[in-house]
Design a protein around this ligand. Structure first.
Ligand code: FDA
Length: 308
């Protein structure tokens, strides 16, 4: 119930206006978002790379219906990639992109515009020796996002995509994506989805995650195990052994600020460990999804808000 409530609020303009009065430096925001500027995310990347972790960076923003805003987001990614290259970090950091932030939802022109915009980012990523992964948003966008992936891969086959284990379709999507050269980030899923398309029981989601993981680990692609769940991490390790996958033929991924000690442990044990770092001013939707995953953080969050 609480999770659903928070996910509904993640799309409310009024609550957004109230919550975004919090400075990004307030503890509850900075736990998950290192800052608003490129310099902040470059610094966070440098610190993570220093102890053997890799990163993927998300310029925060989603659901834009404004072409100029979509263009500004593309520019932000191009500048970010240049900065990472200038700092010698572009081979340790890739970028994660939400198609709704680069125009996917614009009436009529959305699909074409977001594909063209994604192409520009993929090209810039390749030019500095790295890659782009498409984030997955709510289920109404899954088909279009996977179609965009197929188009992008014609010129940029290194482009990856996220799939969400809570969707009933995802095991089939994993089968379709488990081919050589395919980079697939498997997460549980963070949106408020109806039972008709998604498992809503936690245990069912976990079981689906394991089934999807099996398909990806048994396949020819490059699985990216995006979870903080100790059980999923253990099962991923066991499956990698079962399917003779050496470290480096798959990777673990977690979000900035969550289970940092476990991230370090995995990296120190010789596994590839990538941290997803969001940055920018549009942190509201991202923060609300993190709170929905961990309602125990809510008291801390409300206290921060009331003290403003
Ligand atoms: P689960 O929610 O069961 O958490 C397991 C444990 O992790 C918890 O017991 C707790 O210890 C810790 N934990 C989890 N969330 C926490 C939080 N917010 N604060 C503190 N501790 C927490 N989703 C999506 O729909 N589309 C996407 O594109 C992506 N992309 C993405 C990339 C990467 C790299 C990651 C790691 C995750 C995503 N997600 C996502 C989010 C994902 O769907 C999911 O909501 C979260 O990862 C939480 O699920 P877990 O697998 O960690 O399990």
């Amino acid at each position: 119930m609480l999770r659903q409530g928070l996910l509904l609020l993640s799309r409310s303009r009024q609550v957004k206006d109230l919550v975004t009065r919090l400075p990004v430096s307030s503890g509850v925001v900075s736990r998950y978002v290192p800052g608003e500027q490129i310099a902040d995310v470059v610094e966070a990347t440098r610190a993570l790379v220093a102890d053997g972790r890799l990163t993927t960076i998300d310029f925060l923003g989603e659901d834009t219906l404004d072409e100029e805003q979509a263009e500004a987001t593309v520019t932000a990614y191009l500048e970010l990639l240049e900065a990472l290259n200038a700092e010698g970090l572009s081979r340790s950091a890739e970028v994660s992109v939400k198609l709704s932030a680069i125009g996917q939802a614009l009436p009529e022109i959305g699909p074409k515009l977001s594909l063209e915009n994604a192409r520009r980012i993929a090209k810039a990523a390749r030019a500095v020796g790295t890659t782009m992964t498409l984030d997955m948003e709510d289920h109404t966008t899954t088909d279009l996002t996977l179609e965009t992936l197929r188009e992008l891969r014609k010129d940029y086959p290194e482009t990856g995509a996220v799939v969400q284990a809570y969707l009933r379709r995802t095991e089939d999507d994993c089968r379709a994506l488990a081919f050589e050269g395919s980079r697939v980030r498997l997460c549980k899923g963070a949106y408020n989805e109806p039972e008709t398309v998604a498992f809503t029981d936690r245990h069912e989601v976990d079981k689906s995650y394991v089934r999807c993981l099996k398909v990806l680990m048994a396949g020819q692609g490059y699985p990216m195990v995006a979870s903080h769940d100790p059980r999923m991490i253990k099962i991923a390790g066991a499956l990698a052994t079962r399917f003779d996958r050496p470290p480096g033929s798959y990777e673990y991924q977690m979000l900035f600020g969550i289970r940092s000690e476990e991230q370090k442990r995995l990296a120190a044990s010789g596994e590839r460990m990538r941290v997803y770092i969001p940055y920018g001013t549009e942190w509201y939707g991202y923060l609300m999804r993190r709170l929905a995953e961990r309602p125990s953080n809510l008291t801390f969050f409300l206290r921060s808000l009331l003290s403003q």
